[in-house]
Ligand binder design. Sequence first.
Ligand code: DGP
Length: 146
Amino acid sequence: MSLEGQYDRNNIFAKIMKGEMPCVKVYEDDATLVFMDVFPQSEGHCLVIPKGVDSRNLVDLPAERIAGLFERVQKTTRAVIKGLDPDGVRIMQFNGTAGGQSVFHLHVHVIPCWEGKPLRPHGEGGMRGADELQPLADKIAAAMEA
Ligand code: DGP
């Protein structure tokens, strides 16, 4: 899919926001949803998405929403650090198929990293179930509230 085009209101993340598909939720407010990536590159990999916008990527996000989105990315990153104690955190965001994007609702990856533990390849690490993701989400959510 190119960088430009129609927003698909039935993309998987739109369905998650509408409650038509499940997710392991970490945090939600009026502007943002944070949930666990089901193909995590490391334990604790989560996604931050803006709500209420038909934005396929960073390019078509209304400029006035950028600060709020990245405030939540920072909040999530701080909670990941506090809750999971990684050695580093990688923030990633892909635009267009050629840019590595596979789901066309804007999302920012927050990926904890540990020394000596390479990240699994993007989208290829195998699907994880709620049983594995929920305890990680609970730790991140608890750190967000503290
Ligand atoms: P990107 O390639 O940047 O578009 O990343 C999409 C990410 O979304 C990828 O890391 C895998 C993840 N993903 C794909 N489908 C689902 C899903 O149904 N639920 C969740 N939670 N994550 C998904």
